[in-house]
Write a protein that binds this ligand. Sequence first.
Ligand code: NAP
Length: 319
Amino acid sequence: MSLQKLPPVNAYSACAAVGAATLAYLGLKTLSALRYHLHSSKLQRYRHGSEPWALVTGASDGIGLAFVNELAARGFNVILHGRNETKLQKILADLEPKYKVKFKLLVLDAGTPADAKFDETILSAVKGLNLTVLIHNVAGSGDAQVEMPMFDQMTGPQFDGWINCNCRFQTQLTRLLLPILIKNKPGLMIFVSSAVTEMTAPGVSVYTSTKFYVEGLAKALQLELKMNGHDVEVKSLTVGMVATASSGRHEKDISFTMPSPRDLARAALGKVGVGGVRITPYFGHWLQFGFMTSLPSWLSEMMIISLVRKAQDQMAKRN
Ligand SMILES: NC(=O)c1ccc[n+]([C@@H]2O[C@H](COP(=O)([O-])OP(=O)(O)OC[C@H]3O[C@@H](n4cnc5c(N)ncnc54)[C@H](OP(=O)(O)O)[C@@H]3O)[C@@H](O)[C@H]2O)c1
């Protein structure tokens, strides 16, 4: 049939074809989301040998403490890392009667560069333990007590605070503990990243960059481990807002898009063995990011800038 003899494509059939393709695309997306969010966790794969241990960094509050509780409830002994020994001791006294597992403390400031004692402190905390899980949760600004500063408002020590606490510490800890996870195989290493790598915002430029760093590290490590035949699973969690006290949010703020720390930790452990390296474990965040990233960039940028302006106004009123 020559081209001239083909029936004309009218507007109606073109719209129907676009509609059918869109529905098929959304259907496939929904199916893969359901498969991903309903998949059962492989966490118990890492509870092997006599007395398996997990180490959680930044474990004295928020999401870190939630990971400690969720791991202990699933039969893991846990080393809690933090910088405030008195606070950690109080937490220990609260945890011990609740669970049938053991706990240990690792007191170390993640915001200062590694000194001569760094290796010794870490290695003696894990000495003789069957460490199979490492959760890189800690993040902070070191000594930089500033809220949403623009890049040009930050000082040298503030940059160092963020980078030390969110990148250097994770890297040095991985240098020391990855060989142990490899030896005690199978092992699991989770990095807690942030939604800022999905939706970059003003006022958190250095924090955002540090989260891209841990994501990059997680992806590269996973490939190197795979290439060398090591049985260590690496995950990087893309996490949206969570109702932690330090972020100024409380129980009353918990909603479908802002889970409690326990809900977030439960969702994260529920995704072990599922998906690739970079995952969004909490369903409400997954929907939220899906919506935001489907918007044209000019619109999402406009929305984010307006949200940051509102947050800055609120902070100015509070101070
Ligand atoms: N909350 C959110 O909305 C949210 C969203 C996305 C991603 N995240 C990520 O989730 C992780 C945990 O956040 P979070 O909200 O649970 O934080 P958090 O409530 O502030 O808890 C942070 C933990 O890290 C410890 N820590 C901070 N600086 C430290 C240092 N220099 N040395 C040793 N320990 C230190 C804190 O100890 P102290 O008790 O002594 O302060 C605390 O145990 C972070 O990686 C964060 O980037 C959080």
